[in-house]
Design a protein around this ligand. Sequence first.
Ligand SMILES: C[S@@+](CC[C@H](N)C(=O)[O-])C[C@H]1O[C@@H](n2cnc3c(N)ncnc32)[C@H](O)[C@@H]1O
Length: 274
Amino acid sequence: MSARSDIRREVRDFYARAASSHCCAGEAPQKGVVARVAGYSTEELGPLPDDAVENSFGCGNPVAFAGLEGSETVVDLGAGAGIDLLLAARKVGPEGRVIGVDMTDEMISRARKNIAEAGLGNVEVRKGFIEDLPVETGSVDWVISNCVINLSPDKPKVFAEIARVLRPGGKISISDIVVEDLPECVRRDTALYASCVGGAISEPDYVSGLAEAGLVDVEVTDRLVYGTTEIEALMRSEVSDREGRSGAPRFGGDAGELAGKIWSARFTARKASG
Ligand SMILES: C[S@@+](CC[C@H](N)C(=O)[O-])C[C@H]1O[C@@H](n2cnc3c(N)ncnc32)[C@H](O)[C@@H]1O
């Protein structure tokens, strides 16, 4: 892949198109395909605006077992259309605060609409980069994120920013794609980068990245290894490409070749108490 700014632009354009496309029978972009295997329960999704669910692009459910409590402050890196913001907002209650950060205007607009529709007054979305969080140092109890850090061209900076914004004793719950032995053709493919595959790192590199940023008790608490079906869904990229083709496979090879080499992992860790 190319320079960091090019990667960022490609990723932003991809999610701008994702947020702007409309689901309609027949030619429906395959929104939420991956989210359906992400592990949200029907009870969790039921009260949420349909738009937040349909425009969810996560690969896990970082809020589910995180242990968020009333009055806590949570930051969601790459909040997208807001599914995890809404779930977190219910957990921390009216005394708590949830801040979503995203760089894509179209996603931010969707998230703000979904927050308004859900009638939640304790959530806000800030425009910014996860490599340079618009969040005060030492101010948050939780950092959550769902399928975003793989997209960053500067992951050490993201890990450092997570450590910066957490208060001493603050925790993380992050779901993300990790990979093993990806073929070079996948690494070089811009669309596969934006589909959360090409830029993903290995699980050991993720764990050491978080530890090098100063977090402790880094653990992988959950894994969902993708088989051919899930990989085909990822390869279909969920949104139409620049020429408007939706669901076109991006990877020239057989998705089965990648089975077992891509999985969603949930990482937990905390910032030492001081
Ligand atoms: C795969 S989607 C996940 C969205 C959401 N977390 C969910 O589960 O539905 C990735 C999101 O991260 C945002 N994003 C990607 N790279 C980013 C960066 N470097 N800084 C801020 N936002 C970023 C994109 O705009 C997009 O909304």
